[in-house]
Design a protein around this ligand. Structure first.
Ligand code: BT5
Length: 291
């Protein structure tokens, strides 16, 4: 037992390759999608490994799992904090037949799948924040990172990465994240079986990808709209060029966030970070900072 382990803390069981493979084998739809699973103790980033495999011509259908990441990636070169033995870090390498312009739909499909899987495993009311956050009690419990690549003459590849804070203890979350991050265990008060959750994610992901293959992305958008806490809220969206403020009215059929701006015009945004706008009482509203 490690010296720094807190008294009374119960250790989460390790990720078990055999259990994950057995779970895959029992679901024909998952079996069709995932033909190989690789489990690592520690990697720089599961996405990076899957991207490397893609770049060397490896066929799709590989699932990479790791117990820890030293350089877990978020979007836009951000870091995904990835401590060992408590959370889920997974990446799936795919070679979809869809056009590259439709690849972003896979990120939405993954967000719906992760929400469904967490709800099915824990009953917790997790939601999404557009575009890729998984939230619980208004804090981030997971995130999705979609990356793509193409070697000339080959089918483009796509990597769906998901990080989920499963059994992270509150005291182990770095201070700068503590206010904004949580874990399933913190909410439930007990350990969650990561092996079961990984298998539930794969089942839900296979279902969502089947919808994409059947040209039913409208059902993914509908599913995402039902669990997307951003909709109906007054928000600020920081895009690479500027900040927009408006009411998040809907998701477009290609997964953009449709904003109603102050001048009543509509704008659909595809890349950005959302923050909610807290409406101040009318007396103070005039001094509210413009963007
Ligand atoms: C994401 O980025 O939310 C995508 C995270 C994807 C991580 C997975 S893990 C498996 C696979 N392999 C990888 O290398 N990555 C994927 P973004 O929306 O940019 O959010 C990043 C921000 O979330 C950071 O800047 C922090 O503020 C915060 N953050 C970092 N680690 C966190 C954590 N473990 N839990 C909650 N928030 C975190």
């Amino acid at each position: 037992m490690s010296k720094c382990k807190r008294e009374g803390a119960t250790q989460a069981p390790a990720i078990d390759l055999q259990r994950i493979e057995a779970g895959i084998a029992t679901h024909p739809r998952v079996r069709e999608r995932v033909r190989e699973v690789l489990l690592f103790d520690r990697v720089l980033s599961t996405n990076q490994i899957a991207l490397q495999m893609g770049s060397t011509g490896m066929p799709g259908g590989v699932l990479i799992l790791a117990e820890a990441q030293d350089q877990g990636k978020g979007r836009l070169n951000r870091i995904w904090v990835s401590p060992s033995g408590v959370n889920i870090y997974l990446s799936v390498l795919l070679r979809p037949f869809q056009e590259v312009r439709d690849f972003p739909l896979f990120s939405l499909a993954a967000a719906v799948a992760v929400v469904q899987a967490i709800r099915a495993t824990t009953g917790l009311p997790v939601v999404t924040k557009w575009p890729n956050d998984i939230l619980l009690d208004d804090r981030k419990v997971g995130g999705i990172l979609l990356e793509t690549g193409k070697k000339s003459g080959e089918v483009p590849y796509l990597v769906i990465g998901a990080g989920i804070n499963v059994n992270w203890e509150e005291n182990d979350i770095p201070e700068n994240l503590r206010e904004h991050a949580t874990s399933l265990k913190i909410a439930l008060g007990h350990i969650v079986d990561r092996n079961r959750l990984v298998n539930e994610i794969l089942i839900a992901l296979a279902q969502q990808i089947t919808l994409l293959d059947e040209n039913k992305s409208d059902l993914i958008i509908k599913g995402l709209s039902e669990v997307c806490e951003t909709l109906g809220k007054r928000v600020k969206v920081a895009t690479p060029d500027r900040i927009y403020e408006g009411v998040a009215e809907a998701l477009s059929n290609d997964g953009g966030l449709v904003l109603r701006l102050a001048d009543k015009s509509q704008r659909t945004i595809y890349v950005g970070d959302v923050t909610k706008v807290i409406l101040l009482p009318p007396s103070t509203r005039r001094s509210w900072g413009a963007t």
